[in-house]
Design a protein around this ligand. Structure first.
Ligand code: ZN
Length: 183
């Protein structure tokens, strides 16, 4: 999916998390966006090679230059979108540094959402370094601004709905209820 969609899903996950977690929505949004950080070298390199404005290539530049898939900068994207990386690096890091599990969950949401939204040769390799492409159905990463804004209303609505529901007693975590309500 696109970055805005990931951020809103992360904020939604943060909204679902216990209120005792400080800045839980921001933490959810940042963790959900973070797998694409390793994509920056690849964007800059392709942007440089294709003379793109500010070295930021448009989706067409990727379609016209499929050789980028074999360039080392693309490996960063494969690495950060691998379930092995999540299980062997991210989860132990979250556990070791005593960070909130929210970060690990939000990170995983990014990988899971990217599976259906990258198709053909641009598909995710969830078991990377094993070269097994899990073919998605559409290419959300190539959406234009209008599509990004249109589809982002879905997670935004879910977030807003959860925000409203969290004010009700029955959808709160036990630790968030009044002591009297636990009796
Ligand atoms: Zn991604």
């Amino acid at each position: 999916m696109d970055t805005l969609f990931h951020a809103l899903v992360g904020a939604f996950i943060g909204e679902c998390a216990p209120k005792s977690i400080k800045n839980r929505r921001i933490k959810g949004a940042l963790a959900s966006m973070s797998p694409d950080l390793l994509n920056i070298p690849c964007y800059l390199y392709l942007g440089f090679k294709t003379d793109s404005t500010l070295w930021y290539p448009k989706p067409e530049a990727f379609y016209e230059n499929p050789w980028i898939l074999d360039h080392w900068t693309w490996a960063g994207w494969n690495l950060s979108h691998s379930l092995f990386f999540w299980a062997l690096i991210i989860l132990p890091l979250v556990w070791r540094l005593k960070w909130t599990p929210l970060l690990g969950i939000a990170y995983l949401s990014h990988i899971l959402l990217d599976l259906p939204s990258h198709s053909g040769i641009w598909s995710v390799q969830p078991l990377w370094p094993y070269n097994w492409l899990l073919h998605g159905w559409f290419d959300a990463w190539a959406w234009n601004l209008q599509e990004i804004l249109m589809y982002s209303t879905l997670p935004a609505f879910c977030w807003l709905l959860m925000y409203q529901l969290r004010t009700r007693e029955w959808i709160l975590w036990p630790s968030e209820r009044e002591p009297s309500a636990l009796k």
